[in-house]
Design a protein around this ligand. Structure first.
Ligand SMILES: NC(=O)c1ccc[n+]([C@@H]2O[C@H](COP(=O)([O-])OP(=O)(O)OC[C@H]3O[C@@H](n4cnc5c(N)ncnc54)[C@H](OP(=O)(O)O)[C@@H]3O)[C@@H](O)[C@H]2O)c1
Length: 363
């Protein structure tokens, strides 16, 4: 199926976001032209890092206003593009019909473009491992591209916190089905990134992730074990720059086929507590003082802490499939944490809670 050729024109949705911003930079470095899609091209606090790129000065990077909620608004942007990297979030994942509609908008604009050959759609590992019943991970511990959450579980509903995972699976199928039945000759490849860690490029990105946001709080000495993706789930990570390289690589790869999906993760996993400790280990000169680590888990989760940790650690994480179609060597998490910390300080001005320097006298 058609890979995008060298020196293509690629539209990137969510271009001002954490991942989208790195996808833009990576595509430019590969020599492509990029049309960055953002909701507000005039919001300097969000797009300033894009307009500061040399390629914006030359015109190889252009910015375009588009909101997924408005049908047709990508028509003009996609016309003449060879590829689309659909990275952006949607306004809500709690309404599957709305998620489907946003996919339909993008698909319709691809169909009308007359030029798009490939769409790479950003999903999540939540579409691989987010289970309504965690013991399903014991029954099926191999985490590769063939694994889907148990969709027959009646507890798999937005009301029970599964909306994100459901929405991502809907999007994958919507794009693959549309491309399969299209006469326009394009294909859709899904990338399922894990927990993105790495440098932010703009101060506003410090609040997202949530992984960079959590590292920011660690730096400030406000450590609270994160349970948002499952009780005592370790971080299962990918460097945001490697994630971007996977997106670009999948646009360019002639080894992939419509409907396939690829997980982007290094296969490293680390507990929240060990991520906290990583900061001082990789950057001892910061004299980071994390303060006490608070565990806000409800008692019913605390009682099963060892069991939960055992389930997560029993998973077999695989990334051989993406490595077989994209040239990629995943960075170690230590590097991602270091570069995330340095960017949070340098780009976002995060203030570090520090131990006194040796020799400092107090009271
Ligand atoms: N971060 C992770 O660890 C992670 C892991 C797995 C998957 N993902 C997926 O990766 C994608 C990007 O995540 P991210 O962390 O980079 O998020 P992010 O920094 O919040 O960026 C997401 C972007 O989505 C755009 N957006 C939201 N609603 C929109 C709408 N209705 N119309 C148009 N644009 C809209 C926003 O655009 P504006 O700036 O223009 O408002 C925002 O910049 C998402 O699809 C997410 O599900 C992320």
């Amino acid at each position: 199926m058609p890979a995008v050729p060298q020196h293509s024109t690629i539209a990137v949705t969510g271009a001002a976001g954490f991942i989208g911003g790195w996808v833009v930079r990576d595509l430019l470095e590969r020599g492509h032209r990029v049309r960055g899609c953002v909701r507000d091209v005039a919001d300097e606090s969000r797009v300033g890092f894009l307009t500061a790129m040399p390629a914006f000065a030359s015109g190889r990077l252009t910015l375009h206003a588009a909101d997924l909620d408005e049908p047709g608004c990508f028509d003009d942007i996609f016309r003449g593009c060879d590829g689309v990297a659909h990275v952006s979030h949607v306004s809500t994942y709690d309404d599957p019909e709305y998620v489907q509609r946003t996919c339909d908008h993008i698909v319709a604009s691809i169909e009308r473009s007359g030029s798009v050959r490939r769409a790479v759609v950003t999903s999540s590992v939540a579409a691989v491992i987010s289970e309504a019943d965690i013991t399903e991970l014991v029954r099926r511990p191999i985490c590769d591209e063939d694994r889907y959450p148990d969709e027959s579980n009646p507890k798999r509903s937005p009301e029970r916190g599964q909306g994100y995972s459901i929405g991502k699976v809907i999007a994958q199928r919507a794009f693959a089905d549309a491309a399969a039945s299209s006469a326009a000759g394009w294909d859709a490849i899904t990338v399922c990134p894990a927990d993105n860690v790495g440098p932010i490029q703009s101060a506003h990105q410090q609040h997202g992730g949530p992984w960079q946001h959590l590292i920011g709080r660690m730096l400030q000495g406000r450590c609270e074990v994160f349970q948002g993706t499952g009780p005592y789930r370790p971080w299962m990570t990918v460097d945001v720059r490697d994630d971007a390289a996977c997106h670009a690589g999948l646009l360019e790869s002639d080894l992939v086929a419509n409907g396939e999906r690829y997980i982007a993760w290094s296969t490293e996993r680390r507990s929240y507590e060990d991520v906290v400790a990583t900061i001082d280990r990789v950057l001892p000169e910061l004299r980071h003082d994390p303060g006490p680590i608070v565990d806000p888990s409800p008692d019913r989760h605390r009682a099963r802490e060892a069991e939960f940790r055992g389930i997560w650690n029993g998973l077999e994480l695989r990334n051989d499939r993406i490595r077989s179609v994209v040239p990629i060597t995943f960075r170690p998490l230590d590097v991602s944490v270091r570069d995330c910390v340095e960017s949070l300080i340098a780009v976002a001005g995060v203030e570090v809670h520090r131990r006194p320097a040796e020799g400092d006298s107090h009271g």
